[in-house]
Design a protein around this ligand. Structure first.
Ligand SMILES: [Zn+2]
Length: 137
């Protein structure tokens, strides 16, 4: 899967799987802003400045996931306008949305692998992936 490969490349290049650290190293600005109750985050590249916007109302887990998703857009879809990640469209059938979700999941998994005693759900939660996104694994 292309997104899994891209996630591995990012981790190898930057020596971390932290989406916020990778964004910093790639000179992508990360802004925490109040985006209201519906929007979790979005990616913009106005005046060629790439910016990941994350709603500062989110829990830490959702904020990091959102950062990983928007980083996915920054590396996979840098030249196109990508939609807001919204509460009511988290399961968009949009191809670029699914690609960003898959990259996010594989980035957050990083070098972790499931332990024999773990279920898939336990493993993905240990990696910091909110349960609602486990379908992208
Ligand atoms: Zn998106």
């Amino acid at each position: 899967m292309a997104e899994q490969k891209k996630a591995r490349e990012l981790i190898l290049t930057h020596g971390t799987n932290s989406p916020l650290d990778i964004a910093n190293e790639r000179n992508i600005v990360v802004l925490f802003e109040d985006l209201g109750k519906q929007i979790w985050g979005y990616y913009s590249h106005t005046n060629r400045i790439p910016v990941i916007h994350i709603n500062n109302r989110l829990s830490q887990e959702l904020a990091i996931y959102t950062g990983a998703h928007e980083l996915g857009h920054a590396v996979l879809h840098s030249g196109i306008n990508t939609p807001f990640l919204r509460k009511n469209t988290l399961f968009s059938v949009d191809k670029i949305e699914r690609q960003a979700h898959r990259l996010a999941v594989h980035l957050l998994i990083g070098h972790n692998s499931p332990e024999p005693y773990e279920t898939k759900k336990q493993f993905l939660i240990r990696c910091g992936i909110p349960e609602i996104f486990h379908i992208y694994y």
